[in-house]
Design a protein around this ligand. Structure first.
Ligand SMILES: Cc1ncc(COP(=O)(O)O)c(C=O)c1O
Length: 457
């Protein structure tokens, strides 16, 4: 690991941003025209607000293997991977085969199929929790987790980590990316609505605590004694770059919550199928009461799953809580999920992810060391990120100090040189797929070397 002060030349950085933005404009004329056409039919020209980014969205046409192609014909190594949903890579032959087969035999019944049973059995073995249900997105999984924790405990207050994202349900759209002037003191963080449209009463019921601070959690549990239903935690924060849990933190969270009669839900939507076989739960050796899955577990189809202990999921099993949805466990998703989990994202794959991750970590840290870009590289199997802050980031308030400018210029440099990155700068991380090669990851490092040289003082 390399952590180094920034000693770059600001004039060279500003000039590089200017030339890279011009290059971006030249390379994406069709996307720019499509943005204008799209804005007449789609609100903001996109299907989801998080596809709407400056200078303008890049409209994609195709994906194959580790690559995507945009409507201007530019081909890229895909490090975005559909916000981390494509660990199987694009157009994987196995996914194409099982989905085509399923399409020909009927795509939707709203009745269970054998594939859903096989997937449930597999998830139990893989994540160590016995009972599962399905939904269609990560948002549905976290929404179900919150409802379950409240129902089982008969309490209302939900705890979450300041700066974590858990989908767009009202209860969790609180203090997701709050501006620094609205978050209050570290000792007494304010619950900040992420969007207008959330009732005050809902926002008030979600209390936030800083990541990696057990004392703060203990104080909060004391303060709301007997009222906390549970806490939703992303075991590694993956929407604030990549913030690792400190040793013992996750185990401590579980102990404190259980001591207070509250439950623990891990949001493994991003980590579940990408950082280890068995996700963060296995990697960090802490099994929560509930696990939320989505993204890469579905092999590229819309998916969501929630797993839990007999005690918690028993409330669904015996009908005290309805967990529902017309498309839950739909045959297409189940076929893709079964193939993705049992035939593609198998244990050996994570060793190869680790090997590629190490090339990225070593390469990027060497650039940091040699050129004065302040920061460090974090990798966990298929996931990784360069964090542009000289000191290690422990929580959201540290993350606010990460350089937006360096994250943005790296995004421009990578896009202009054939590596497709998620467009949200410092908040995002990369996702590799089983179809990525050594040559693919070396391309990222070479581009990063270019960046380092271009802005070194
Ligand atoms: C950690 C985490 N939880 C939940 C979600 C919501 O998932 P979805 O977009 O499938 O609703 C996301 C989406 O990015 C996420 O990153």
């Amino acid at each position: 690991m390399s952590v180094k002060e920034t000693t770059i030349d600001p004039t060279r950085l500003a000039r590089l941003i200017e030339t890279e933005e011009a290059e971006f404009g030249d390379r994406h004329k069709e996307s720019r025209a499509m943005t204008q056409r799209a804005s007449r039919a789609l609100a903001g020209g996109v299907a989801s607000s998080w596809q709407s980014t400056d200078p303008h969205p890049i409209y994609l046409a195709d994906g194959h293997g580790s690559k995507v192609v945009d409507i201007d014909g530019n081909e890229y190594v895909d490090f975005h991977n559909g916000y981390g949903a494509m660990a199987v890579g694009h157009a994987h032959p196995k996914i194409a085969e099982v989905v085509s087969d399923r399409v020909r035999r009927g795509t939707h019944f709203a009745q269970p199929t054998e594939d859903s049973v096989v997937v449930g059995e597999h998830l139990s073995e893989r994540f160590g929790l016995p009972l599962w249900r399905f939904g269609n997105s990560g948002t549905e999984a976290t929404m179900d987790a919150v409802r379950l924790m409240r129902a089982v405990t008969g309490r209302d207050i939900l705890l979450k980590i300041e700066g974590s994202y858990h989908g767009h349900g009202d209860a969790v759209m609180v203090s997701v990316a709050p501006p620094s002037d609205s978050i209050g003191d570290y000792e007494n963080p304010v619950s900040v609505p992420q969007t207008i449209g959330l009732p005050d009463a809902v926002v008030e019921l979600t209390r936030v605590v800083p990541f990696n601070d057990l004392d703060a959690l203990e104080r909060t549990l004391d303060r709301y004694q007997g009222r906390v239903a549970g806490m939703i935690v992303e075991p590694t924060m993956m929407n604030a770059g990549m913030i690792m849990p400190e040793d013992g933190y996750l185990a401590g969270v579980k102990e404190l919550l259980h001591g207070a009669g509250a439950l623990l839900a891990f949001d493994e939507v991003k980590t579940g199928a990408t950082i280890a076989y068995g996700g963060a739960t296995k990697r960090f050796g802490v099994t929560p009461d509930l696990i939320c899955l989505a993204k890469s577990t579905g092999g590229g189809l819309p998916c969501g799953a929630i797993g839990g202990t007999e005690e918690v999921m028993g409330w669904i099993a015996d009908g005290r809580i309805d967990q529902v949805g017309t498309f839950n466990g739909n045959p297409l998703t189940m076929a893709a999920m079964r193939a993705a989990l049992t035939e593609i994202l198998t244990p050996g794959v994570y060793a190869e992810f680790d090997r590629l991750a190490e090339i990225l970590r070593e390469g990027c840290d060497a650039v940091i060391e040699q050129t004065g870009i302040g920061g460090y590289t974090t990798v966990m199997s298929a996931r990784g990120a360069v964090t542009y802050r000289s000191e290690r980031v422990r929580n959201y308030r540290d993350y606010l100090e990460v350089s937006d400018e360096l994250a943005y210029v790296n995004w421009l440099v990578q896009i202009n040189r054939g590596v497709f990155m998620a467009p949200w700068g410092k908040s995002e991380n990369w996702t590799l797929s089983v179809q990525h090669s050594e040559e693919d990851v070396r391309r990222y490092v070479q581009n990063f070397e270019f960046l380092g040289k271009a802005i070194a003082a």
